[in-house]
Design a protein around this ligand. Structure first.
Ligand SMILES: *Cc1c(COP(=O)(O)O)cnc(C)c1O
Length: 489
């Protein structure tokens, strides 16, 4: 089956941005580090980041990753599927690299039995740099070039074709006689089951750009024929949406894909489709520290909705992104100035559109919880006041939170943007040439009662790097008196 990674042997365990959102701080912190939950770990990490000088005049914004939390989410994913699949079922969980494209994170996840889903040469290189083997890597992009397909096949990476033209390219690369390709090859289908609450993330609408639209006239029979004509096509792939798509809709998309696989296998008279890639998309709760919905709930819903998928006849690939990382990231920024306008207090911080791009441009879809700390890194107390938390960028909409009730922030205080572990470290934005912040993982420090150790995951971008990526080497390129073409033009 090719999915030989032992991801299923471990049966151990299983939005509205209103003013009533949680403070983001641990209610009580009487327990020791072993028993503490994510909010208490986060509060201790903020305190330690200040004490250890991680936040400074030069580094007025940083990002933190909770290593214990990431490990726990990976374990929860594996055990959830282990509980609902028949013994011996090959399951590959492939992390959607676009959610958190950081090599140390990919390696941490790989240690926890999670492979990689990649959608570009860059993401493929990140997975390789993290040591993720080809057989634990899946390539799915809607616009793969022939060169990218050739490279994936040479490596043995699984590929899901998006459309008939891409299948045509695979035909040419696979060739007719001889043994089939090493790469497991699949076709992405769009069951057109409908969208969720965020249009830009709804991938199974009638007119979605992804996959072969199954309900279009003649489409389903075309897919069946396309598979029968290609004995090497052994997988179907679907990803019915991300944040905002209800679990029931996701499960229905998986069921439609499973039913298509059954139809193809019946027509082929053999188990030609041997693996179904169900995509990712588990939504994340951005309104409190509760990790809901859980992987266990989704896995049980799949068992009830599509029992045949999990009875051992099919291998299963998953591609969760946001749900593995979101809750484990915290952006921490200093309040540079506290001011007021029109009666509204405004905390001007160093975290804005350059790293919370979606939140700033579409705050209704992507609200973030904000936790307030004092300059020493202790949870800020004091009367709660509606205020704006602004970013550093030069446009009026650069707000992390608008009219949010928080203890009144003062100059030198800290704000934490919570649940930022997924997509916030990939959706950076070069507005105002603001630097990408450093990212640091935090772990318990062995030996020193309850201490915290920080590990650099990504160094802060330097001003020199900004100049270099902004054409610094080509300063003269546009001058009229140049008569030669520059090298490497
Ligand atoms: C984005 C994406 C995912 C991951 O989605 P999440 O909402 O982050 O879980 C999985 N598969 C495909 C094909 C995607 O495009």
């Amino acid at each position: 089956m090719g999915l030989d990674r032992e991801t299923d042997e471990d049966h151990s365990r299983g939005n509205d941005p209103g003013d009533d959102r949680e403070s983001g701080h641990a209610a009580g912190r009487e327990d020791g580090p072993a028993a503490e939950g994510a909010p208490a770990r986060r509060d201790r990490a903020v305190l330690a980041a200040v004490a250890q000088g991680l936040l400074s005049e030069e580094r007025a914004v940083i990002a933190l990753l909770d290593v214990a939390g990431i490990r726990a989410s990976a374990a929860a994913l594996r055990s959830a599927f282990a509980e609902v699949t028949a013994p011996g079922t090959a399951v590959l969980h492939a992390f959607a690299v676009k959610a958190t494209p950081l090599v140390p994170v990919l390696r941490l996840l790989y240690d926890e039995g999670i492979g990689a889903e990649v959608a570009s040469p860059g993401e493929l290189a990140l997975a390789a740099a993290a040591g993720v083997r080809a057989e634990h890597t899946v390539l799915d992009s809607p616009a793969k070039t022939t060169a990218e397909l050739r490279q994936a096949l040479a490596l043995g990476v699984a590929v899901n074709a998006d459309n008939p033209q891409e299948l045509g390219r695979l035909d040419a690369l696979v060739g007719s006689p001889g043994p089939g390709p090493r790469s497991p090859l699949g076709l992405r289908v769009n069951p057109q089951v409908g969208g969720g609450s965020i249009g830009a993330l709804s991938t199974a609408t009638a007119t979605s750009k992804f996959g072969v639209a199954l309900r279009d006239e003649g489409s389903r029979s075309w897919v069946v024929r396309a598979c029968l004509d290609r004995p090497w096509l052994t997988r179907l792939h679907t990803h019915t949406g991300s944040q905002g798509v209800p679990l029931e809709l996701m499960a229905r998309g998986v069921r439609e894909t499973y039913e298509l696989a059954e139809e193809i296998n019946a027509a082929a008279g053999r188990q030609q489709i041997d693996t179904i890639d169900i995509g990712g998309g588990l939504p994340v709760n951005f309104t409190s520290d509760d990790e809901t919905p859980t992987y266990a709930a989704y896995a049980r819903l799949l068992r009830d909705t599509v029992p045949g998928l999990l009875d051992g006849r099919y291998g299963v690939v998953t591609e969760f992104g946001r749900s593995l990382l979101a809750k484990h990231g915290t952006v921490l920024a200093r309040v540079e100035y506290a001011k007021s306008a029109g009666g509204r207090p405004i905390a001007v911080t160093h975290a804005g559109a350059q790293l919370a791009t979606r939140t700033v441009y579409d705050p209704a879809s992507w609200p973030l919880r904000i936790a307030a700390y004092d300059a020493g890194g202790h949870p800020r107390t004091g009367p709660v006041v509606a205020q704006d938390v602004a970013g550093p960028a030069c446009f009026a909409g650069d707000l992390l939170a608008e009219n949010r009730s928080l203890p009144l922030l003062g100059q030198g205080d800290l704000v934490a943007a919570l649940d930022t572990g997924a997509y916030y470290f990939s959706n950076h934005y070069a507005y105002n040439s603001l630097a990408r912040p450093g990212i640091y993982g935090f772990l318990p420090s062995p030996g020193d009662g309850g201490g915290i150790r920080f590990a650099t995951v990504r160094t802060p971008q330097t001003v020199e790097e900004i100049v270099a990526e902004s054409g610094g080497a080509h300063a003269d390129a546009l001058r009229a008196d140049r008569d030669e073409l520059p090298e490497g033009h």
